[in-house]
Design a protein around this ligand. Structure first.
Ligand code: TRP
Length: 334
């Protein structure tokens, strides 16, 4: 018997998923699906908030993301996977929530602030993008989720969701919604190959779960290490060195990693050597995922059937929630 709690997470289908997603939330979801009722949402509506002119890209990546889920072990028998745009109740609930949030509060959301900078919107921020935290609150609450496994950049979204839940319940004297708790993993924000910002497709510093062997090797060999480590015999720095950050995150052999760190810091261990070792570690981890992904990709219609089945199940729950919402809002005309 699964526990009562309800888990919801999601990803924007703007590209296939990468190692940042893997440590940030996929690993948690694989564990959680055995314990809780879990929903995983492909956030195509949210993807369009900053990709309004690229519907084909979003459409193509819905399947890519679904393939990533299945390849890493998200099991549709245990996890309900669904497509956001096919639950119109989410959009409906968003409209009601927008009345409970101020423009100033939205301006203060740190994740949105960072993204506005990264995407270079300047003065031309799409309104839909600006309010996406409100839509994300609707994603979470439409299935009354109380656990949200995400990377720590999503914490402000959960905070804002809970503010909306409290305001809703207070304003309409109801207890329709419950607050949600974020579940943040140990390594929750993986740096990119460049060692700079977090790993992301748009920053072109990612390793994708489906990368073929040659691409994986090329990406690992291009990684940022210690710019001061010029000759092999020089002592090198481990802190801020992306290769060691990844070894810490992915190599189960902690003793070996410690030996490599000691050797690197003492001098005499070259960057090429540690990169080749990291490649072996990552390849061992990604090989079965890559294989499964290729197999499943042979039958895309079957993947779509899985998504539609999950969507149908979610829709029933969403309609139930909206009946409660409409009662609270005095919109239950009959
Ligand atoms: N904002 C998340 C991201 O950038 C995706 C997302 C949409 C999400 N709705 C969600 C995550 C609800 C958790 C819960 O990837």
């Amino acid at each position: 018997m699964k526990k009562q709690d309800v888990v919801l997470t999601g990803d924007r289908p703007t590209g296939p998923l990468h190692l940042g997603h893997y440590v940030g939330s996929l690993l948690n979801r694989i564990k959680l699906q055995d314990v809780y009722k879990q929903y995983v949402m492909i956030a195509d509506v949210q993807a369009l908030t900053d990709n309004a002119a690229n519907p084909q890209k979003v459409r193509d990546n819905v399947l890519e993301v679904a393939l990533d889920y299945l390849a890493v072990g998200i099991d549709p028998q245990k996890t309900t996977v669904f497509i956001q745009s096919m639950i119109p109740e989410i959009a409906e609930l968003t409209v009601f929530y927008l009345n409970l949030v101020t423009v100033n509060r939205l301006k203060r959301n740190p994740t949105v602030k960072t993204e506005i900078q990264q995407k270079g919107f300047g003065e031309s921020i799409p309104a839909g993008f600006f309010v996406y935290p409100v839509s994300q609150a609707a994603d979470i609450t439409i299935v009354k989720a109380n656990l949200v496994p995400v990377g720590n950049d999503q914490l402000p979204m959960i905070e804002q969701t809970n503010e909306i839940v409290r305001t809703f319940n207070r304003t309409y004297s109801t207890d329709v919604f419950c607050e949600a708790k974020a579940l943040i993993p140990k390594v929750s924000r993986l740096v990119g190959l460049d060692g700079q910002a977090k790993m992301s497709k748009s920053l072109n510093n990612a390793i994708f779960l489906g990368d073929d062997v040659d691409t994986l090797k090329k990406r690992v060999m291009s990684m940022y290490t210690d710019p001061g480590h010029i000759r092999v015999e020089d002592p090198g720095k481990v802190e801020g060195n992306a290769v060691f950050t990844y070894l810490d995150a992915f190599d189960p052999d902690v003793v070996k990693v410690q030996e490599l760190k000691d050797h690197y810091q003492a001098g005499g261990l070259g960057d090429v050597k540690i990169k080749k070792y990291l490649f072996e570690v990552l390849n061992a981890m990604l090989e079965p995922i890559r294989k499964r992904r290729l197999e499943l990709g042979q039958d895309k219609a079957e993947v779509m059937r899985m998504l539609l089945a999950g969507t149908e199940k979610t829709r029933e729950v969403a309609q139930q929630t909206m009946r409660h919402v409409k009662q609270a809002l005095k919109l239950d005309y009959q």
